[in-house]
Structures are given as C-alpha cells and as structure tokens.
Design a protein around this ligand. Sequence first.
Ligand code: DGL
Length: 282
Amino acid sequence: MSVSNPSHRPIGIYDSGIGGLTVLKTLIEQLPNEKFIYFADTANLPYGNKTPGEIIQFSHNIISWFQNTMQTKLVIAACHTSSALALNKLSDNTANFDIPIIGTIYPMLNTIINSKQHNNIGIIATKASIESKIHENIFKAHGFNGKIVSISCPNFVPIIEADSIDHKELDYHAEIYLREFIKEDLDTLIFGCTHYPLIKTNIAKLLPKHIKYIDPAEHIARDTIALLTNNNLLNSLNQTSNQSNLTFYCSKDADKFGSKIKNILHIHADINLHMPLQYCLS
Ligand code: DGL
C-alpha cells in the first residue's frame, strides 16, 4: 500500500477482539471522512490474563504491522490492557515507531482531574490492567487526590466474546465484582476495558442511579480529532462517508468476528474482512 499524502492514509485501531469496536463506532460518527483499519487479535484473546511481556510483544507486532505494512498515519490502541502494559514501553525511541499512538488512559485524564464531579472513582478492568496500577499512578501523578477503588473482572471478556452473551452468568459475576463498589459510596465508574460498555445495562442495574460512567471512547475521539487537526492530518479528500472506509482484520475465527462486527456496528451489507497473511507473532 503506497499513499504519498500522509493525510490520505488510514487510521489503524486495534484491540484483542470486539471491545475496540465501541471506540471505532464513536470515531466513525465523529470522523466520517477518515478511513479506518481495525485489527482484532482474536488468536491471542483475552489479553487480560497474559503476562506483561506477551502483551508488549502482541502490541509491538500490531503497531509495526500498521506502520510498516498498512502505512497508517496514526494508531489507536483501543485496548486498555495494551495501553496499560505496553504503550509507555513502545512510545520510547527504541521501539522504532514514527507515527503517533493514542491509548485509552491519557485521553480521559483531564476530565478526571478537572471535573468536580469525579471524586470517588471505581475502575473495572482486566486482571493485567488492574495489577499494573496504571490508572492510580497516572491520576495521582497528575494531582487527583480523591478515592480510587479498582476491581478486576476476569470473567467479563470471555462471556462478552462468546457466540452469544449468557446474561445469567454475566449477572452472577457482575454481582460479585461490583459488591465492593456499593459499600464504597462512589460517584463515578470508569470502564477500564473497551469491552465493558457493551454490558453497561448489566452493570448499571447493580449500581446506584447517581453514578456517572466514563467510557473512554468519547475522550479518545476528541484527542484523535485534535491530533489530526494539529498535525495537518485530517483527510479532506475522501468525502465518502460509508462502509468502504472500513477494513477489518483479525488473527483467528474471521467468520465469528465478522458477524459480531455487523451486530455491534449495525452493518447489514458485506464487510471488508481479512486475515492478514503477513501477520505473525515472531
Ligand atoms: N478490550 C481490552 C481491554 O480494553 C482487552 C480485553 C482482553 O482481551 O482481556 O482491556
């Protein structure tokens, strides 16, 4: 793929599976002229129970593929686990990436720190993200001095990625995970995994009505627009806001992944979905 004007290049976005589609959906609405390539690392799903070394390696492979093979102008890590464990390592000079990378955590930072509405925060995320303590460390380093209660929810992603969601099983685990929050008098819940907005109804019915939910998708979209604008990378040429702007790749089970894309993004026609031949884990 060779595109000379950088602004005409696509935006790469990735997750372990369908979670990042919650971010892609918002991006498509707010950036209708952009072309997106979505990669789901379904062969390595779930990332949340992998070691930091594995998560760094998967993320490195995907970002390299976006930069070198797909020539994207930007990469969005629509995966908290990758953002938490890998992005600080991959953003330094030794990683050889010269395109910008946006993660899930920094885009919501200003809202957390500057809004008076978020004082007692609950965070739900994968085991790897919670064990990294990245949210606490970043928020506190930037002056947040409220309460933060973090809970890992390892059963959520496998249930959400199953052929169909078993709501009984989901509610059973949600009740156990969220019990702790009810005692804590929280005002805010952060979806610290991009899969979780897909089960917001199951979560919200267990928590007090006044809780405010932070879905990083809106914040990521705002930062993406700012980055493209400030670097003269907004695509002004492509005026076709339609499905041809979307290309999907996954590393396993393409049929299963394809039908989930259609459900989540409400697409009724054929989708442009491939398994990348060049992609390998070495
Ligand atoms: N959706 C991802 C996240 O935001 C990955 C979940 C997983 O694969 O465990 O953390």
